[in-house]
Ligand binder design. Sequence first.
Ligand SMILES: Nc1nc2c(ncn2[C@@H]2O[C@H](COP(=O)(O)OP(=O)(O)O)[C@@H](O)[C@H]2O)c(=O)[nH]1
Ligand SMILES: [Mg+2]
Length: 400
Amino acid sequence: MEYVILAVVIAVIAIGAVTGLVVSGRRRKELPPKSAPATLARPTPSEPQVGEEAAPPRAEPVQTVEEVQLPAAQAPEATVEEAAQAPALDVPEPTAGRLVRLRSRLSRSQNSLGKGLLTLLSRERLDEDTWEEIEETLLVADVGVAPTQELVERLRTRVKVLGTRTPAELRALLHEELVALIGTDADRSLKTAKHADGRPAVLLVVGVNGVGKTTTSGKLGRVLVADGRTVVLGAADTFRAAAADQLQTWGERVGARTVRGPEGGDPASVAFDAVKEGIAEGADTVLIDTAGRLHTKTGLMDELGKVKRVVEKHGPVDEVLLVLDATTGQNGLVQARVFAEVVDITGIVLTKLDGTAKGGIVVAVQRELGVPVKLIGLGEGADDLAPFEPAAFVDALIGD
Ligand SMILES: Nc1nc2c(ncn2[C@@H]2O[C@H](COP(=O)(O)OP(=O)(O)O)[C@@H](O)[C@H]2O)c(=O)[nH]1
Ligand SMILES: [Mg+2]
């Protein structure tokens, strides 16, 4: 009897266990999968957004799995994770004809200089007062005293010879004289091509705080990438981490690597490392952004000299670009002089020409340094940097 009871108990337990398993198994099957991917990870723009570069958050609609259409011929190995790691790179605008594209910016900002001169020259009577007004217009636009007098003299002589003055003749004459004043002989090309021995071209970007060095380095990096070059950026402004972030952001947008050091580290060693990296990678161009040195701080200027000397252990620096803010006018000339004493400037970048009527500074600064303006900045946008071409510049000033 006891055996019977025991057998029944065992049977009951066994049946219970089996049904329990089945039920829980069913239950498990009814549960939704633990990690149903409600949304597909989208490639996120992974670059850190800093300061002026920070774009407003994109209001992109979230795509659900159902909405995603797979392209028929998709490479099987392209996984979602891979896509997330490789954000789409910017495709910068081609550099050819940039000044022409940006001419409306110049026409607007330099209206009083270009169109103003033309209007004055077109007056019925060109009396002394008018010539004084012409002179005044040039001086106000920061052309500088000596170049202004030269130009006025030449215009006076040529207008006299002209006799009748048709608008077309006057425009052509002024165009010719302004282009001559700016100069067409100088070599305005940038040395950015790799050397015969495989060493990358090295460009140093210098200037005081806030003139647009980092922005220019970034824009220039884009230009070079657009032209098919491989670029390494060197963040030798080590005074603020934000400065290196800012440069890195520019680089990431076009796929250029940024070499940086610890905050407060030695700028010369970062610059040295950047060139070393460029050599190791077989890059075409190394662009080194430096800190904004106040020209009154002798120690900091000495440091800039050191950056250049240390970089030159790898070989000569190809370009030292002095960035000047056109809106600062004559003050920029004082800065230019001090920088020229410390490093041999090979080219001038004039930024913010979109925000000032003082386009004549192009003439003044070239005279001051005997170095050509090679690039001009015409806005905060990523592609608002143009090679400087005298004829196209004058076209924008007075119309063609
Ligand atoms: N309007 C205008 N702003 C510019 C231009 N170039 C630079 N900037 C602005 O000038 C400010 C300082 O630039 P940044 O590159 O940080 O100067 P840095 O201190 O010399 O490195 C930023 O707000 C830039 O967007 C330009 O050509 N036009
Ligand atoms: Mg900077």
